[in-house]
Every structure is written in C-alpha cells, then in structure tokens.
Design a protein. Structure first.
Lengths: 262, 268, 322
C-alpha cells in the first residue's frame, strides 16, 4: 500500500477511536449534545417572545432561529472535548506509541480532527431532528439539510484544530479544559443566540465582525431562508479562515512538541 | 496500652461533630487553594454567563410586559444560583472521585455519624458558593446592576448558600448511586434544569407555553423571585420572600433526605 | 471473648456472583490472623463486611463482640482499618490526615494533637508530617495509612494487603510495626497474597479460594499437613542409583528433579545429619544438599489444585505515580 493509503487508514482508525471514546464517556458526550440541547430548549422557551421585537428577522419561530446557534455551540464544545481527549492521550503516553509508528505525525492530529468532524455531523443530524420534531422547518429542503450537515462537520473540524493546537502546545488536559468558559465568551459575542442588531453594545458590534457569526448565518439561512449561495460561501470562507489558522497552529505546536521531545 | 478503654468508650459530642464538619470543609478548600488555577473556571463561568446573557438577551426588556428596566438586574439572580449550583455539583463530582479512589471508605469505617459526614460536604459547598457569587456581584454592580439594599444582598447570599447546599445534596445522591465520576453530567444537568426551567430569562407571562407550565410549578421559581425582588425593585417584602424560603426548605429536606438515605445504603 | 467470630458469612453480588460463600472463622484476642489467597478469592469482600463497609447477604459476624450489621457504630469504634492501596488524599499533609482521622474518631483538642504527633514519630514520618501526601513514596503512604488506623488505639486492626506493591525494605518496616503493635495487645486481621508475609507474621493462617476457606491453622501445622520436608541431593555423575538405594531407608523417594535425587524425610528435618552420614559411609560424593520445607503454596496446591502465585507480582505502580 502506498504511504497516502496507509495514512488515510490511520486517520480513519483514529477518527473512529475518538468518536467511540466520546460516546463511551458521558463527561465527553454530555457537553456536545446534552447541554446544548437543554440550553436550546430553555432559551427557546424563555426568550421565544423575542421574535415580536422590532428588527427581529422574519422567521417561522424562535426555534428555527436558534437551531444554527445550538449546532455551532455543539461544534465548539466538540472541538474543546477533542482537545481535552488529545491532551489526555498526551499525558497518558498514548500518543508516544503513535509517534513511534512509521506514519505521518500529522495523521495523528488529522485522525482526531476527523473524529471531531464526524461528531459535528452527528450533532447536525441531532439538531435537525429536534427542530423537525418540535415544529421547525428547514427552508432549504433536503439539499439545505445536507449543506447544513457539511457546514457543521467542517466547522467542528476547524474548532477541533484550535483544541488540538492548545492540547499539543500545553500537553495538559486541565489547560484545554480551562478554555471551556472561553467557548461561551466567543458564542455570546456572536449572533449565535440573538440577532446582532438587537444585542446590547458593544457586544452587538463585535458580533457583526465575529467570523463565528458568518458561520452561524450560513447555517441559519439554510434553515430559515432557503438555499442562499452567498451566505454559504461566506460561511465556508469563515470556516476556511478559522480552520486554516487552527490547523497551521496545530502543525507548529506538533513540530515544537516533537522537536522538544516532550 | 494505657488509655485504650478511655478512648474506646468516648461518646460523640457536639464539639466532636462540629470539629469533623470543620475538618471536612477544610479538606474541601484544598481543592481550590492547593491546585493552582483550579478555582478560576468555576469563578469566571457564572460571570461570563451573566455578561453574555445580558449582552445577548438585553433587548428582551423592550417586550411589552417585561418587569425590569435593565436586563442585568433581572438576570443576575440566575447567574448567582447557577454559580452556586455548579459549585455544589462539583462537590458531588469530588465525592464520586473519593468513592472511586477509596477515600470515602476511610470516612465510612469511622464511627462519625453519617449525617455529620454529609454535613461536612454540604457545608463546604455552601461556603464555596460564596466565592463565585461575590465575584459576580462585584462585576454586576460595575456594569449597572441595581443596588438591592443590604437586606436584598443578604437575602441573595442566603439563597446562594442554600442552593450550594441543595446542589451538593443532589450531587451526593447521584455520586452515591452511580459511584463514578462518569455521572458528573447528570449532577450538572440536574441543577441546570432545576435553575433554568424557571422565570430565568423572562417573566412568567412572556415564557412560551411549556416552559411557563414548568416554571409555574418549579419551586426554584419562588427562590429566583425572592432574590430578584431586591435587584429589580430595591425593596424586600415578606410576601415575595416567604415562598422562596419555603421552597428552599422543602427542597433541602427532600434532597438532604435522599442524600442521607444514599449514605446509609453505601454498604448494600 | 473472641476478637472476631464469623459464621456462615456470605456475600452475593448482582448476577448471583458469590464472592464470599460461607466463611467460618474465629480470631482470638491478641492474635495475628492472615487471610491468604489470590486476587478475587474473596479476601477484600470479607474484610469489607467485617469493617461494616459491606452488608453480608448471609451469615453473621461479630467484631470485638459487636454484630457488624446491627451494631455497626460500636464495631467502627473498636476497629482500625488500613484499606488496600492506601486511599490517601494527595493534597493533604500527613499531619492533616492524622488530625482528620482523630476527629472522625471523636478525639479533639490537645489530646488529638499529642496522639497524632506520637504516631507520626512512631512510623518515622515526623520529618515529612507537613509535606503533602502527593510527595510521599509508596512505603511512606502505607506507613501513614497504618498510623491513621491507630489514632484511636483500636482493639482490632484490619490491614487489607498492607504491603502489596512495596519494595522489600518498606515491606519489612511494615511487618516490624505490625508485630510490635501485636505485642502491645492489638489483634490483627490481615489479608495478603504473599506467602512470606503470612508465614512470617501470622499466628494463624486461613487460606481462601473462590469464597471459601479451604484450610486453616498455624503456618507450621498447615505445612505439616501437606507433607514432610524433603532433601534435594545433587551428586557427581553415575552415583545416583547408589544414592537412591541409600536414601530409601529414610523415607519415600520423590521423582527426580533437574538431575537431583529427592527424598522425603519421614522423621523430619532432624534426619538430615543421618542421611549425610549414610551417604558418606557409602562413599558417595555429594555436590549439593538442600532441605526443602513445604510452603503455604504447597498447602494451597494440595487444597485447590492451583498455585497461589501468578498475579502476585502485579505491583500497583500507577497508585504510586500520583
């Protein structure tokens, strides 16, 4: 088998492992699905009256509006969880075993990211299902749902890159765990939960420029508006920006780790 | 060996029980004082949520029928309770860890009465929950939360400590049942649901149907409203306070009872 | 009064697994009783029942004259317990742990402090008393655990695998301490998977396998039960047949091992000199001579058909890493 083939198999095997690991440990699994779902339910019930506010975009219901935010939140948390799991692997010496194997070192990180992307896809399916069950409509139809799935999986991978970079740099699970509050800072400073134009200042202005808002908008448009090439393209651009940056950072952190032999 | 009989026949005294509670509380403080940085996320998280919720949902006050002028004064009771809830749940996680690692057996083979052991855990959660609450209040007043009056402030602290105790009881029930840290999300999710399925984000009249129904019967709604009165109106009335006190007492009796039952069933 | 009286003790777990299946035993006051058996034999389950941590599903147990179920509080007051793998909090200092333990047993104030200091000194941890347990070595942790079990001067001391995973020097230190405590009058019930430990320390040994006691007695009587000591005689080439003829006079001949002639000594170890003299008289040159006493493992093999050894060397290194 050629080297690319070997590496792809490694990526797939490690990806499968990371998904399995997540579903076997409630501590990893709950933040990705359970908490965003609870928060979605409570925010929809608690702030649902907001669609009456002047300036709120035209939507069928507040739940339709909130789905994109819940998915992006789940992706960010999946990225964080993936980082924690990678750091645990580093702490326990599991990665040493992999580093010693005749495979591309980056395949190890790529495997973790592939797993995170798969988890992202799972959350997309989950929240689309929740949405449909509780009366939301996917205006983009089947094609729109598939595009949602792709965007969510790709953003999970991009956020996973940040988690991986921190894990590789620090090598300690507690440090990656410490990013948890930061995830919410980024979320609250985007339009994940509310239209940016109705948020208080200065958060509203920050949300306008937060690349995360572009991702949320791209997914949201497919749910509440319909197939909108422009919004999807903007979301993809934001994912490429974050993903490119995070994967480059991971590569640097990985090189540094291997050079230092830590 | 001299003194054997004397020691063996020693009766347990209030002084001894208080000393046990005190030392268990002191041990719990090690978790935050002796692990560098361990306290930071727990202290920051409620404040981040408070600032975030205010920024995001602040516009809700413009809805007709909203009962407060500034959202920060309306939402701060929720963040106070959430901070206490998560601190208390962390006590449950620590108990699960102690059970996993065998430390808890050390307490159980001692003759100290089980309620005293439980009291040690609950008291530590109660006291620890003051830390995120105080940080949150300082930040809150800095960003324009209305002054609730001394009475309102003391009432808020009282309910924060009560909620910390409540969450510790809940966390202990789960820890004693499942005996693994894997149950941690259940401890957190339980408090999360209990505190947020109330008039957390908006007044009862503005909640969507199902949430309004739950909030109406959730006793924590009474606690939320009891704390909220000071921040939104600046005055404390007995009529707004006593339902919260009753709710807190009832929840403590139920969850404390369940936790104690769990303590007594560890040998089964 | 017996320190421990157990009859028909049973513990069944979910799925009808009988970890302990009808154990009867008695331990006299002032005795050291060792419970010997491999991993999973039911040792720890028995100790957990005797120390009130686990409720029996059948049978009855009295410790220090009190029923472990109905009078759990009285039992707890009379016993000291050092559990397997020393569950210690790495964030506490040794002194803090002892203080907590004293408080848990109702000792407060100056008396508790004095007692704690004396115990820390006794187990050689006075210097390390204010260091965090996380920095202790495996041996130090076990000694601290032992000290903490002694804070209230218990009448019966339970030690669950007190030396598993320890190096020989630390193991020796624990043995000496346990022997000293026993001389002062403390009854000791210990579990172990080490033959040497039971042999050295215990007045009486109970051998447990699959939840049942398969043999019980003093180490010497148990060994005597399975057989007599035997001699292993190494010889120069060619004289084996002649030596065997000479040795038959002293007892049963055992199958040859590694070219050595093995003979059971009917009259016990006292016959060694006679064997040597007889071989010498016959003009046979002896290259080596070993007197082999039966071991508790032989007892175990005789009773269960399996060796006790096997998973003995699994040192709990992970527990010491933290």
């Amino acid at each position: 088998m050629n080297r690319l083939g070997v590496n792809l198999r490694v990526v797939a095997a490690l990806g499968r492992r990371s998904v399995r690991q997540t579903f076997r440990r409630p501590q990893l699994f709950a933040p990705i699905l359970v908490f965003p779902t609870l928060l979605l339910a409570i925010q929809t019930g608690g702030a649902g009256g907001a669609i009456e506010l002047e300036g709120f975009p035209q939507v069928n219901g507040f739940l339709d509006f909130m789905l994109a935010g819940a998915m992006v939140q789940a992706c960010l948390l999946a990225g964080n969880s993936g980082g924690i799991a990678l750091a645990v692997d580093l702490e326990m010496g599991f990665t040493d075993r992999l580093f010693a194997a005749p495979i591309s070192r980056f395949a190890i990180v790529a495997g973790r990211l592939a797993g995170t992307a798969a988890l992202g896809a799972v959350t997309a399916v989950w929240f689309i299902a929740i949405g449909l069950i509780f009366g939301a409509t996917i205006e983009g139809g089947v094609a729109g749902a598939i595009l949602v799935l792709a965007l969510v999986a790709l953003s999970a991978m991009a956020f996973g890159g940040i988690g991986a970079a921190v894990a590789l740099y620090a090598g300690r699970a507690s440090v990656v765990q410490g990013l948890f509050p930061l995830v919410f800072v980024i979320l609250f400073l985007s339009d994940a939960f509310f239209p940016a134009n109705l948020m208080l200042e200065p958060a509203g202005t920050i949300a306008e420029y937060n690349p995360l808002s572009l991702i949320v908008d791209g997914i949201r448009e497919l749910v509440v508006g319909g197939l909108d090439a422009g919004a999807v393209a903007e979301a993809l651009a934001a994912i490429a920006l974050i993903g490119g940056l995070s994967i480059a950072l991971s590569a640097v952190a990985l090189r540094r780790r291997l050079r230092l032999g830590a | 060996m001299t003194g054997r009989v004397e020691v063996a026949e020693r009766r347990f005294s209030l002084r001894g029980d208080m000393a046990t509670v005190g030392l268990l509380v002191r041990r719990a403080t090690n978790e935050i004082l002796r692990v560098p940085g361990a306290a930071i996320p727990g202290v920051l998280a409620p404040t981040i949520f408070f600032l975030g919720l205010t920024a995001v949902f602040g516009g809700l006050t413009q809805l007709p029928g909203f009962t407060a002028d500034e959202y920060q004064s309306f939402i701060i009771p929720i963040s106070l309770l959430q901070g206490a809830g998560f601190t208390g749940a962390a006590t449950g996680v620590n108990l699960a860890r102690d059970i996993e690692q065998g430390w808890f057996d050390r307490l159980l083979v001692s003759p100290a009465p089980r309620p005293v052991l439980l009291a040690g855990m609950v008291a530590s959660a109660s006291l620890r929950s003051l830390i995120p609450a105080t940080f949150l209040l300082v930040v809150g007043f800095a960003v324009g939360v209305s002054w609730p009056g001394i009475g309102g402030l003391l009432l808020a602290y009282f309910f924060v400590m009560g909620t910390g105790a409540l969450a510790a009881c809940w966390g202990s029930v789960i820890a004693l049942k499942f005996k693994t840290q894997g149950a941690a999300p259940l401890m957190q999710a339980g408090m999360f649901v209990l505190i947020l399925t109330t008039t957390a984000y908006a007044p009862l009249e503005l909640l969507q149907g199902w949430l309004a129904d739950i909030a109406r019967i959730n006793p924590v709604t009474q606690i939320v409203e009891a704390i909220r009165q000071g921040f939104t109106t600046g005055t404390i009335t007995w009529g707004e306070t006593w339902p919260g006190l009753v709710a807190m007492l009832a929840l403590l009796i139920v969850l404390g009872g369940l936790a104690l039952r769990g303590m007594n069933k560890t040998a089964e | 009064m017996r320190a421990i009286e157990v009859s028909g003790l049973e513990r069944e777990f979910e799925g009808a697994i009988r970890a302990v299946d009808g154990v009867d035993l008695e331990v006299a006051e002032g005795e050291i009783y060792a419970f010997l058996g491999p991993n999973g034999a039911g040792k720890t389950t028995t100790v957990r029942m005797l120390t009130t941590l686990l409720r029996p599903t059948g049978g009855r147990a009295l410790v220090a004259g009190h029923d472990v179920v109905d009078e759990a509080a009285e039992v707890r007051r009379a016993i000291g317990v050092a559990l397997q793998e020393a569950a210690l909090d790495p964030l506490m200092t040794g002194r803090e742990l002892i203080a907590l333990q004293a408080t848990l047993h109702g000792l407060v104030g100056a008396e508790a402090t004095r007692r704690g200091d004396a115990l820390l000194a006794r187990v050689g941890l006075a210097q390390a008393a204010d260091r965090r347990v996380g920095t202790y070595s495996g041996g130090m942790r076990r000694r601290l655990d032992l000290a903490s079990a002694l804070v209230h001067e218990p009448r019966v001391l339970f030690l669950d695998e007190p030396t598993t995973g320890l190096d020989p020097v630390s193991r020796k230190a624990i043995w000496e301490e346990v022997a000293a405590l026993n001389r002062e009058g403390t009854t000791v019930f210990l579990t172990t998977q080490y033959l040497e430990e039971a042999d050295n320390l215990a007045d009486r040994v109970g051998i447990i396998a699959k939840g049942k006691i398969v043999a019980e007695g003093t180490p010497a009587s148990l060994k005597a039960e399975v057989g007599k000591p035997h001699l292993e005689i190494g010889l120069a080439d060619g004289s084996a047949a002649q030596a065997e003829r000479v040795c038959t006079a002293f007892g049963r001949r055992l199958p040859e091992k590694e070219g050595k002639v093995l003979v059971e000594l009917e009259g016990g170890a006292a016959e060694v000199a006679k064997v040597v003299r007889a071989l010498d008289d016959a003009g046979i040159a002896v290259e080596s001579l070993d007197l082999v006493e039966p071991t508790l493992d032989d007892v175990f093999v005789a009773k269960t058909g399996e060796h006790l050894e096997g998973d003995i060397e699994q040192a709990p290194a992970a527990a010491e890493a933290g």
